[in-house]
Design a protein around this ligand. Structure first.
Ligand SMILES: Nc1ncnc2c1ncn2[C@@H]1O[C@H](COP(=O)(O)OP(=O)(O)O)[C@@H](O)[C@H]1O
Ligand SMILES: [Mg+2]
Length: 327
């Protein structure tokens, strides 16, 4: 792939926060290297505290890395020009609640040197894009969290950026609001924009991202397309009449990948014929079959086991954050 197609190039970035009381400090990023392609939606996924916001702040130039470098559109992030065509929606942003949506756009546009007239001309189609045009003259304090995030998206799109950074854009947003935000991000991709999305919610990232990176305790565990990221080999679960330990051994001798307990056999398979031979084996041993169910582990199961496998205790944020949130 030619270098011109790379939007962000991260080379061996590390960040250690020095803290007054712990000698070693907090290793928020450890030797992270990553390429983000132009025009893709890239999801940076990881539990709370993984280092996602730290990476974003470094790319935005608001935080210095301890070591390593990064380029945006080929320009070193140490130079402000690197961020000439970027927009940003911060995590947990607070907009002044007494302003209306359009007034907020004028305030933000003013910060980048736009006149009120220029902002209004540019903001009108943006507010339309995010479905907020009819609320433009309503005070922000009356907005739902989802409306606030959509306004934040419109703000991030001022000055027509090529690259948009979003930190937890759907955090605290209800399911319908999340769905709307996902559709807006897909529309931005259709318009040729590169979207870099931080999230601790797998369900948010997996449905729209072209590629995903999994960050955990500052380390990149995996980078790749959502489909190739985790193993999702199907399994069959067969409930059986209770059997003795001897019989269990007979089964596992002949079908080593099966896990057999007193009343249940769980086995991964690639071809249906393998399931048939397992059933034949059970029947040949006089074991009664009660039910047969096929289960394909969800990406979420794989994600949680990947994080657990890396030896990290803090999976609570991941499991808790994603539970039941698939729509
Ligand atoms: N300013 C800071 N000073 C010290 N530690 C920090 C600071 N900011 C973040 N951290 C720590 O760095 C780690 C990564 O934080 P962060 O980048 O915010 O993670 P995420 O965005 O993935 O939740 C966490 O352990 C966090 O407590
Ligand atoms: Mg964060």
């Amino acid at each position: 792939m030619g270098n011109s197609e790379i939007s962000i190039k991260v080379n061996n970035l590390s960040k250690t926060y020095k803290s007054g009381f712990s000698g070693d400090g907090v290793k928020a990023l450890v030797d992270v290297s990553l390429d983000i392609n132009q025009g893709e939606i890239f999801g940076l996924l990881g539990p709370n505290g993984a280092g996602k916001t730290t990476l974003l702040k470094i790319l935005l130039g608001s935080l210095q890395p301890t070591s390593g470098t990064a380029l945006i559109n080929g320009i070193d992030i140490g130079r402000p020009e690197a961020r000439g065509k970027t927009g940003f929606l911060p995590e947990n942003h607070r907009f002044p609640s007494y302003l209306t949506g359009m007034q907020m756009m004028v305030v933000f546009g003013g910060m980048s040197g736009m006149t009120a007239r220029e902002v209004i001309t540019e903001a009108t189609p943006l507010l339309d894009l995010v479905g907020m045009l009819k609320w433009q003259n309503t005070q922000i304090k009356k907005y739902s969290k989802g409306m606030m995030q959509r306004l934040g998206l419109a703000q991030a799109l001022l000055n027509d950026p090529d690259l948009i950074f979003l930190d937890e854009p759907t955090d605290g947003v209800d399911p319908i609001g999340r769905h709307e935000i996902r559709n807006i991000l897909l529309e931005l991709k259709n318009r040729g924009k590169t979207v870099f999305l931080n999230s601790h919610l797998l369900s948010e990232v997996e449905s729209i991202s072209d590629r995903v990176a999994i960050l955990d305790r500052g380390k990149l565990l995996k980078v790749g397309p959502v489909s190739g990221l985790t193993q999702t080999k199907p399994e069959v679960t067969i409930t059986i009449s209770t059997i003795t330990a001897d019989k269990q051994n007979v089964i596992t001798d002949q079908y080593p990948t099966a896990q057999v307990t007193g009343s249940r056999v769980v086995a991964p398979f690639t071809e249906p014929s393998e399931v048939n031979s397992l059933i034949d084996l059970l029947r040949a041993n006089g074991i009664d079959i009660l039910t047969i169910t096929q289960v394909t582990p969800s990406l979420e199961d794989s994600f949680v086991s990947l994080i657990k496998g890396s030896g990290v205790g803090g999976v609570g944020g991941v499991g808790g954050g994603t539970g039941g949130e698939h729509e």
